[in-house]
Design a protein around this ligand. Structure first.
Ligand code: ADP
Ligand code: ZN
Length: 289
């Protein structure tokens, strides 16, 4: 059996699953301090220690992913102060002498969709989450796209929709993609949460425009086989059609992409993409250990 830890900024989802990536048991814990949250994580996996073969972790970040770095396995410069420079993998290794896979939360979700969702059978898959923040991960032939560090695609630059004078909520960049289109940006701009807006609210055209700009940039940079948008904001089912229309307006047929209904999509695994991805990464870690 494999363990999965989806370490998010608001909650940690821990799960146990099979080699067929079937989730057998799952529990969530609030993200408070490393001491408190990790104690619950350890307790959860201790119950299954006898059968546990490996663990896959997908974490909020930024994180250190370089195996030869002294701080490999750490959460690094996160704005969540209690978690800054926290040795995540080291603290797990104190309790579990098992292979542990370590990547970003969005890479894990990307991997989940790649092995069992809308990226299955494709060689180049990009995944974004549009939730409390915006994050993106990319896979090429089963490997995460990365260099000196993991991508931070959620902070790409976008240009303002002509009807939008919001200056952006990103503490670093103001009006980057996350600053304009993540859940808190919607709330700051309109004074209410996205989930309370009607389907025909004109704001959704603005939201769709930013997501389409993201898909446009992604298409031109990577020409992937599929671009998957998950996260809370994408629960607005009408939004994808508006994204497709805005994407066509931006692209002006410059690049002939796959059919949009199959090219820019929501995750087939819905909210399980991250957990299934972590299980699949754990399975890989065991295989290569
Ligand atoms: P997180 O990013 O914290 O893991 P979510 O992906 O659920 O969690 O994102 C939460 C953000 O998404 C909040 O800002 C919330 O207002 C927004 N959100 C959640 N559900 C919806 C919805 N149905 N429509 C619009 N916005 C939503
Ligand atoms: Zn930013």
């Amino acid at each position: 059996m494999y363990g999965a830890i989806e370490a998010g900024g608001t909650k940690f989802v821990c799960a146990i699953g099979t080699s067929e990536l079937e989730i057998l048991e799952r529990e969530s814990f609030p993200t408070t301090t490393p001491v408190e949250t990790m104690a619950l994580v350890v307790e959860f996996f201790k119950k299954h220690q006898a059968q546990l073969e490996s663990i896959g972790v997908g974490s909020f970040g930024p994180i250190d992913i370089h195996r030869d770095s002294k701080t490999y396995g750490y959460i690094t410069s996160t704005p969540k102060l209690a978690w800054q420079n926290f040795d995540f993998i080291g603290s797990l290794k104190q309790h579990f002498e098992l292979p542990i896979a370590w990547t970003t939360d969005v890479n894990a979700a990307c991997f989940g969709e790649y092995v069992a969702g809308n990226g299955k059978g494709l060689s180049s898959v990009v995944y974004y989450t549009i939730g409390t923040g915006i994050g993106g991960g990319a896979l090429q032939e089963g490997k995460f796209v990365e260099g000196f560090s993991h991508p931070e695609m959620g902070h790409m630059l976008v240009r303002n929709h002509p009807a939008d004078d919001f200056t952006g909520s990103c503490p670093f960049h103001g009006n980057c993609l996350e600053g304009m289109a993540a859940g808190p940006a919607i709330e700051q701009r309109l004074g209410r949460k996205g989930q309370t807006l009607a389907e025909d609210d004109p704001f959704w055209e603005i939201e769709a425009e930013y997501i389409a700009q993201c898909a446009y940039n992604t298409t031109l940079m990577l020409s992937p086989d599929v671009i998957i948008f998950g996260g809370g904001v994408m629960k607005q089912q009408h939004l994808m059609m508006k994204v497709h229309q805005a994407f066509e307006r931006l692209m002006k047929s410059y690049v002939k992409t796959p059919q949009l209904s199959e090219y820019i999509v929501t995750p087939a695994l819905e909210d399980n993409a991250g957990t299934i991805g972590c299980l699949a990464l754990a399975r890989e870690a065991k295989l290569h250990s």
